[in-house]
Design a protein around this ligand. Structure first.
Ligand code: ADP
Ligand code: MG
Length: 735
């Protein structure tokens, strides 16, 4: 008997197991069973040959139309040319060896599956030495075709995601071997749940997804298997939430007459309704005796930082300290400056002019000087520093807090899980409360899945008085349009305003870029031809300074500059001593210069949708309207161009994040956050299956609430263990 945990080597032999491992990273029988067919070819319906693309690895179902033996020019032996057709288009199969063997196999009128990489010869599409599997067609030859046709067409052939090393039907064969001896054990979905949602058993579904009898059969199978994915994951998350809620944390209730109150009365504006609501929720979270795990999401400029500062002050009033983690030094420095300014005398304890109840704000980054660092570390250790701002340098071991009560993580997508954990371990007494802030709007179901252990608050409105950002796509091959872009920059600068020019890369001839490579989703998957390297800051800046932006004060900013240099440039730009900043995505998150009004993004198609949306949030932050120009060589109508058009057409971050998600594989989204693990979601779509995910979450929460250790749900506990794997389990233990 084979179980899902059995290594493939034992079930299929070393050779096949090795190929499956190297092609798909499969290790166990369960991995293979979760390699679901991409689609099902019905035998009666021939695959469209007309849509084959050169370079694609394909499996086609076609009929042999013509077989010709041709002499090998000059050499001994024959080659065999076979033309197959699906009734609409033709495809040539070429065999250079064993022509006689193939001639016997590929008889006129024979129906077969052919797999190979599409190439082209003299304008004709061909497969060279394809893998062939002939289908039993003796029936059609006997003239009983019509009679058989119906039954024949009904049979569904699974088409698996294949690779050059292993074809779809070799995978099918391996799956059959596993299925023949499979023992799935007890069903992980409780019987009541299956009944309520009309789901078939796991054993039935596993069989039907790989060997469906008809369409209805595999639909039922897929529904059931989607439920497994959603339910098991949600049960794991529910357990995790429950465990987190059971951990002790020091309650930090809001006290009157403290810094938090003083801060509120200092604010030069009134909070938006969303800010008030989120602020109150966080305030009551902090008062609880178990740690807060909250995600605060809101567009760039929606005022998240203000909310975070209020939360930090509440914790300080209650005797604790707060740490703010930023993804880059530039951001840490900027937070330090703006938070110090927001606090004014409230943040200047022990200094002339500092308020009596004041606390101290310290900055700790990799580039903090030795003396300043020693002083900062002392302040952190004694507790004199209420607010500690930094990058991951904060996670170094010798940073000791007196009483860390709250950790705020800005732009969480840049922080790994391990880093989150490391910081939590800095609070020896109890777990600190954790607030995660992100400007990347996350669709609800993604939040439920990726951040399933976090509660979420969302700021949906921007503070009033913001100016809108206009966005346009600028075709790079139309010199007049590009000239106009530079002209716009000159116009803005002449009005005393500033501009950004963003490039995907730092310099020519460098390897992979520093800390922030453009988004992976940017490239078009189908594009295999070498493209020119993306434009680089170090090339574009001098070209602009000597050309179209001649006479303006142009500087560069990128992650490879020393930190003090970056800091100097950023400050100089903030203070208005520079007109144009040519930068990489270091300016993507959080950089706040209200006087900057234009942004020109070079090679905009090399960035992801959400990333572009983040980038343009840098302009239009003041009273003047913002302008974002997306320069691209992508042709009109191409997928890359459509993506840019979509960004230009809407400012709604949520709809753009959906688009982003549709365009990248969801596994990447999950993978990035789930400590780089391969996605466990094969069938479930975070966008299309919102309803199912929501129901699964409710059901899972109920089950876990009534049976926290899943003692009465052993099969489910097993499934969770398999899902999490050894690393994930460890990662859960830490939280
Ligand atoms: P986020 O972190 O969400 O990008 P910030 O908290 O940095 O946004 O706020 C952006 C700017 O808006 C800051 O200069 C901040 O002082 C200001 N701001 C925040 N809340 C309000 C508000 N309710 N009314 C007016 N301005 C606000
Ligand atoms: Mg911010």
């Amino acid at each position: 008997m084979t179980t899902v945990r059995d290594p493939l080597e034992r079930v299929l032999g070393a050779k096949t197991a090795k190929v499956l491992d190297s092609a798909f990273g499969m290790a166990t029988a369960g991995d293979l069973l979760r390699h679901y067919p991409r689609r099902y070819a019905s035998r009666g319906e021939l695959t469209e040959l007309s849509s084959l693309q050169e370079g694609e690895h394909v499996t086609v179902l076609a009929k042999v139309a013509l077989v010709r033996k041709l002499p090998m020019g000059g050499r001994r032996g024959d080659r065999l040319e076979v033309v197959v057709t699906d009734g609409t288009a033709r495809l040539t199969l070429m065999f250079f060896h064993k022509a006689g063997y193939w001639q016997r196999l590929l008889r006129q009128e024979a129906l077969g599956l052919f797999a190979g990489t599409v190439s082209s010869f003299r304008g004709k599409r061909q497969l060279i030495h394809p893998d062939c599997e002939m289908l039993p067609t003796e029936t059609t030859a006997t003239g009983q075709a019509a009679e058989y046709a119906a039954g024949f067409a009904a049979e569904l052939i699974p088409v698996y995601p294949a690779s050059a090393k292993i074809s779809s039907w070799q995978i099918a064969k391996a799956v059959r071997t596993v299925l023949d001896t499979l023992d799935l054990g007890a069903d992980p979905l409780p019987a009541e749940l299956r009944e309520k949602h009309e789901l078939i058993s796991l054993a039935e579904a596993t069989m039907a997804v790989h060997r469906p009898i008809d369409t209805d059969d595999y639909r039922k199978a897929r529904l059931r298997l989607k439920w497994d994915e959603a339910f098991v994951l949600q049960a794991a998350l529910a357990q995790r939430r429950l465990a987190a809620a059971a951990l002790p944390a020091t309650p930090r209730p809001l006290l009157s007459g403290g810094l938090a109150e003083a801060f509120d009365s200092r604010l030069p504006f009134s909070l938006t309704a969303g800010q008030c609501a989120a602020g109150e929720t966080i305030s009551s979270d902090l008062a609880c005796a178990f740690p807060m795990h909250r995600l605060l999401q809101g567009e760039v400029g929606s005022g998240k930082t203000v909310i975070a500062v209020r939360a930090m002050l509440q914790v300080i009033d209650a005797g604790g300290q707060a740490a703010l983690l930023a993804p880059t030094e530039v951001l840490a420095q900027q937070h330090y400056r703006s938070i110090s300014a927001m606090l004014g005398p409230l943040g200047q304890a022990g200094r002339l002019g500092g308020a009596e109840t004041a606390t101290r704000v310290v900055l700790l980054t990799g580039s903090t000087g030795i003396a300043a660092r020693r002083e900062a570390l002392t302040d952190v250790f004694t507790g004199d520093a209420g607010i500690v701002i930094g990058t991951h340098a904060l996670l170094e071991e010798h940073v000791r807090f007196s009483d860390l009560g709250l950790v705020v993580i800005d732009e969480q997508h840049r922080f790994g899980v391990e880093q989150r954990d490391a910081l939590r371990e800095k609070a020896p007494g109890g777990r600190p409360h954790v607030l995660v802030m992100t400007a990347t709007p996350i669709p609800r179901t993604v939040a439920m899945t990726v951040y399933g252990d976090l509660e979420t608050s969302t700021l949906t409105e921007l503070p009033s008085g913001r100016s809108p950002i206009a966005s346009h796509v600028v075709p790079a091959d139309r010199p007049r349009f590009l000239d106009r872009a530079w002209e716009r920059i000159r116009e803005e600068v002449s009005q005393g305003r500033q501009a950004y020019v963003v490039c995907p890369r730092v310099g020519t001839g460098d390897g992979p870029d520093e800390e922030e490579p453009p988004d992976e989703s940017a490239g078009d998957g189908e594009e295999t031809t070498a493209r020119r390297p993306p434009l680089a800051v170090l090339d574009v800046a001098p070209a602009l300074a000597e050309g179209p932006l001649n006479g303006l004060r142009v500087a560069v900013l990128h992650g490879r500059m020393p930190a003090d240099e970056k800091e100097r440039v950023m400050r100089s730009f903030t203070e208005g001593h520079l007109d144009v900043l040519v930068a990489t995505t270091v300016i993507e998150v959080g950089v706040d210069v209200p006087n900057a009004t234009v942004m020109v993004v070079m090679d905009a198609d090399r960035f992801g949708v959400s990333q572009l949306h983040q980038l343009r949030g840098r302009v239009g932050r003041g009273k003047h309207p913002g302008l974002c120009l997306l320069v691209t060589e992508a042709e009109e109508g191409s997928p890359a161009r459509e993506r840019l058009d979509a960004v230009a057409a809407t400012l709604d971050g949520f709809s753009l994040s959906r688009l982003d998600l549709e365009q990248r594989r969801e596994g990447d989204v999950l993978g990035a956050t789930q400590a780089g693990r391969r996605s466990s979601l094969k069938l479930l779509s975070l966008l299309a299956d919102e309803d199912l995910i929501r129901q699964a979450r409710e059901e899972a929460s109920t089950v876990v609430r009534d049976d926290p250790d899943l003692a009465d749900h052993q099969p489910l506990a097993e499934a969770i263990a398999v899902l999490l794997g050894p690393q994930r389990a460890e990662f859960l233990d830490k939280t």
